[in-house]
Structures are given as C-alpha cells and as structure tokens.
Design a protein around this ligand. Sequence first.
Ligand code: MN
Length: 765
Amino acid sequence: MDTGAATFPAPPAPLPLQSGASNEPEPPDTVSGTAAPAGSLPEPDVQASIALMAALADPNYLGFVHSLAYLPEEDCERIKAAYAFAAVAHAPQKRQSGEAYITHPLSVASTVVEWRMDTDAIIAALLHDVLEDTPVSKLEINERFGKTVADLVDGLSKLDKMEFNSAQEAQAENFRKMLIAMARDLRVILIKLADRQHNLNTMSAMRPDKRKRIARETLDVYAPIASRLGLNKLLRDMQTLCLHLLHPHRAAVLEKALKRARGNQRQVFTTIQDAIVAKLAQAKIGADVFGREKTLYSIYCKMRDKHLSFSQVLDIYGFRVVVGSEPECYLVLGVLHSLYKPVPGKFKDHIAVPKANGYQSLHTTLVGPYGLPIEVQIRTQAMHHVAQEGVAAHWLYKEAAQSSAALQQSTRHWLQSLLDMQHGDSHEFYENVKTDLFPEEVYVFSPKGKIYSLPHGATLVDFAYAVHTDIGNCCIAARVNHESAPLRTELNNGDLVEIVTAPHSNPNPAWLGFVKTGRARSKIRHYLKTMQNEEASSLGERLLTQELFILGIAPADVPALSWERLLNSLGSHSIREVYVDIAHGKRLAPVIARSLATGRQQVNVPVPDSGGALIIRGTEGMAVTLAHCCRPIPGDPIVGVLGKGHGLMVHRHDCEYLREQRHKQKWVDVEWDPAPDKLFEVSINIEVKNTPGVLARVAATISQCNSNIESVGTVGDPDRLYTTLQFCLRISDRSHLAQLMRRLRNLTEVLRINRTQHHGKEARA
Ligand code: MN
C-alpha cells in the first residue's frame, strides 16, 4: 500500500553534496540565510539538496543498500552515486501519489537486485527515467557511468516512447517482438518489466481510463513477455494487479469468495498434504511438499474461458513437491500414483520436454479423497528456481559484471544448458527461444499503425512489396519517420514507413542489387521479364510490319501457311518468339519479311503516313531506349540503331557518338509519334553571370514553363564572374524546349544557353 507522501525532515546545513549534485560550492548560509518565503518553491540548488537529503534518509533506500551486500565494494559505491545522481536529477518531480519521484526508480532497482542482476543493470534501473524526464543527456550518463549504462538507459527511453494501441491479437504478438528487437539487450527488457510492475502498483492516483489502457497493454504485451522469459512470479503479480485495475468490482468479489473458500478447504488440504508427506517418508524420499494456491487472475480466466462456476474452478487442490534430483522426481511420481489414482491423459513430462521458456516439471492430476481432483507439480530445487524467475535466474549464478555482448553470450549458454538437460525436440525448442529472445527481424509500422516484420537489412522496396505487389511495382519514393529517404534505405526497428507510388511507374532493375526479401526479388524479376517480352514483341512486330510494307505486303495478308513454314525453318515455337528475336537484333526484319513474301504475289498496299518509318512514342520502356549521349526529344530528327540483345536505341541524327559507330550498326528508320504523352529528358548548359540568387531565378523560370528539373550542377569556380549551370530537364518536345530557352535568354544574368551532347561513357548503343 501507499506509504503516502514522503516526509521531509528539515535538512540540517551544511548539505553533504555527493557526485551528481551541482559542482558549485554551496554558500554556507544558503538555507538559513535566504529561506524562501512560505508557499514559493525553493531555489533549484536548495530543492536538489533537500531532495537528496530526503532520498538518502528513505528507509527503503537503506534496505536497498543492505541488499547490495553480494556485490564488491566499488560496485556498491557506483550504485550509491547513481542513486544520488538520479535523486538530484528528479528533484523537481513528484509521483502522482505525491511521493518524491526517486522512490520509483529505487523500487525498480530493488526488483533488479532481487533478480541479482549485474551492477550496470542496477545503475540503469536507477537512471531509467532521467533521459525522458530531466535535462540529463545520454552523453552525461556515458561520462559518469560508462557506455553500457548509457546504452541501457537509452534503450529503456526508446521503449517508453512506444505505445501499443491495437486490441488485435496478431498485432500484440508483433508489438512484443518489436519491443524485444528494439531492446537488443535482455537487461533492457527485464528492467522494463520491473518498471511496469511498479507502475501498476502505484496507479491508484491515475485517471481510470489511463489505468485501464495500461492494464490492457500489460496483459497483451508485457505479461506474455514475462511468461516467455519464465518470470512466473512477476507474471502472476502483474496479472492480479491488472485484473484489479480492469475489473475492480469483479476482482473484489472474487477475492472475498476466495478467502472464504480457502478457510473451508483448509481441513481437506491438510489431510491430503499429510497423506503425501507420510507416503514419501515411507518411500525414504526427502522432499518438501507445498500447497499451491491459484491466483485470482487464473481463476478469473478459467471461469471466463471455460464457463465454469467459482466452485468448479476452485475445487481443485494444487500441490508442489520439490526434491533434490531429477531421478527423484520420477520416484515421487510413482509414489503418488500408488497413493491416489492418476487421471488418465493428464500426466505431462515437462522435464523430458521443457516448455519454450525453459520451464521444467512433472505434472499429474490425481483423484483424491471424496473424488476431489488434485494437481501436483514435481520438480527439483533448480527447476523451481527457473520456474519462478525464468531468464533472470541465470544472473544469480554469475559472479562478476560482464560486457553486454558477454551477457548475451552467457544467456545463450544458459539456454544451451537447458537444452542439454533434455532429450526431446531440441532444435525446435532452441529455435523458439532464440527467435523470441534475439529476433533477426526488424519490425516497422505502416502509416495506419500496422506492424510488418521483415528480415534484418530489408529496404524500403522490400517493405513496399511486403505491403502489396502493386505498391512495390509502382513505388517511386518513400518517407521514413516523416522524412524522405532513398528507396535503398535499410529499415530500423520502430520506423514509421510511408511509400509514395505513381500509377505508371515500373520496377527498376537496379532494385535487384539491394532488395533483401525473396518476395521482392521474384516480383521484380517477374515484372521485368513480362514487360521486356511484351515490349520486345511489339517492337519486333512493328519492325517486321515496316519491312513488309516496303515489299508491298499488308501484314494481315501473310497466310498462315507462310508463317508455319517460316517457324519450321527457324525452329521457333511462335510468331511472338520471332518478334522478340527481331527486337533483340537476333534476326533481321528484312530477311524475315522477304522469306514470308517468297512465292507471293506483290500487291499494291498503301504505305502508312509515316512513310514506312517506325513510330517512336518514348513509352516503349525497355524495348526502346532514348540514347543518353544525345537525349533526343520529339521534334529532333532521329535514327534508330538495333543492337544485339538490347533492342532499339534512338539517337539524334547528328549525334557525334553515332557518327563514330556508324559502320558497326544496323540502322532503322524511325519517326516520332506526333503526340507523345510523356515528358523527355534533355540536358542544357546555361552560362550565367555569378550574382546572388541567380540559380533560384533560373530555376523559377524553368518551372514557370512547366518543365521539371531532374538535376542541376555547376561548373567552374563559384568565385569567378561567370559560371555554367548544367540542367537535366523534362520537357515535352522541341518547341517546348525552344520556348523555354527563349524565356531564359530574357533573364539579364543569362549569357548563353546550349543543349549539350555527352560523349563516350554514357552512351550505351
Ligand atoms: Mn519508470
């Protein structure tokens, strides 16, 4: 129960300042000389000193210091210094109950000491709220108490910021995993659990709705973690507290009924216990026999889930038998089964097959006197300890504090040793525990708060494909925690990820270089392959049609028989395959056209408007590439070049690169579609006078002309009189470009504009 507001004995001056308090020497007369008028707050330094005095005099603190006896002297000193530091840092704060704030970290640290955790963990427990609630920085903690403590406190602060809002079971499961993944260090989770337990204990001063939310969150998220880690004592404690917070009335009624029932049962209880003890003594087995009482929460759940009445749930007598060795467990089992008849199908050997959290015991149910069911657990002392404290149990056997990595290591060893004790499906058991304690996944939020789990190292593109294939195929940009990030960015635990899509965009082959998940990889591959074939097929068909027209043949007039003969002679499976081969330059369209025309009467077919040229729309994707060396745009005279294996490359007529390559290529007559519906890239250089704001004025003019700037760079010394701005823009055609250049020339700073041609490297034809 609440001890009420902490009492503040008037601190006698001078004040013993410990590490953590102000470095300034205190003027000797501070307290008595400048006593603050009643009702106003004391000066910060004075306030800190008073808080520190009160904190050091707290009987709970004295008990805490006493409990540190298992640690070396210098560790105790570090812990005391941390306590003083936290007391001063939290000096202006009060708990909602009115107590000094430091009572809370002290209680959390006491639990951590009960678990016999290492010194760094105890210090971190004392400091766990200073980053959140006081001006103290991580750097300062690092300097005073070392990196491990700073990391632990930082990890705890991060967990504090996560709030669980969904009632969905699957979400709760993911949220738990995310918490554990974020914690990275098991100690962070354990301290967090201790923190939560104390908060639950001291929530009477809080608003009822807030109390209920925290209780719900505890049952959905934290209690299962405690259970997974085998912290059964803590688990039972949390569950009972939450039941009281969520259903105060039901809990009170149950509690009263339970007390009454236990009084009535005492007689039967003792009878059974005596019978068991006598029988074990007769068999010469040394054992402790305890009665086991059900918790309020487990009774409540059984009644709710199995629709049982209170007496049905309660009329089960629970006992625990603790012995010295594992073989004795089985001996006890035999003895009990000869005392009372076992209920068939109720025996469970959790020694041979421990539970996922390492729990071991034999469970059996017996038919007792008057036909009453008796549930018995049989275990060794060591098993009992693990059953109570779970993962925390292994700290008990550690001598000195270790590094974080070594601790993780020793936890692994501990799990391994659990494995060695048992003979069942060890692999599955270890995998279960491992994924829970050391997840290899990252957990991120969608904008709607849904949690996605992805493998470590997954990128934004992986996330997009995890949400939906269409989102992946059309993603063009992303924001992580509300800031834009490149698509190749790796995800971190707890990131909030938004994907920006554009309806007609396609997956980029470059993504294959960084995606992590098989799903994203196969979806991208599939898309590219389908697209490539479709585009290539349609390009090949157009190339062939063009050649057929030159021969005076309408494609529709080619008889099926001609095609069949052709396919046979080529060894191709389909017309489509022939088209694709033409597009890739593996077969020549004029040759195919001629063999289709062989033996046919030429008729007079009107040649299409384009005069036989292939129409380029610029939207053919991978089958047609606009050469990067000269960046042709609609209106430019163009020529197509068919390269082996990479479809059709379109250059400007006067492309210098093309002139050099002329003899090596097969040229194709091409023309622009009269009304292309996309924007094309063009590079221009603008020579400008180097005046302040010139770039902004040029850029503004460009965007006024409805052109998009893809990239901008500058050449030349920014201190010189003139500089050259290099723009890569998107425009619709040549007349659009001409209009844009006119507008730019009107700017007084602009001296010269020209469209550029790159050479060499960028050309791919
Ligand atoms: Mn706290």
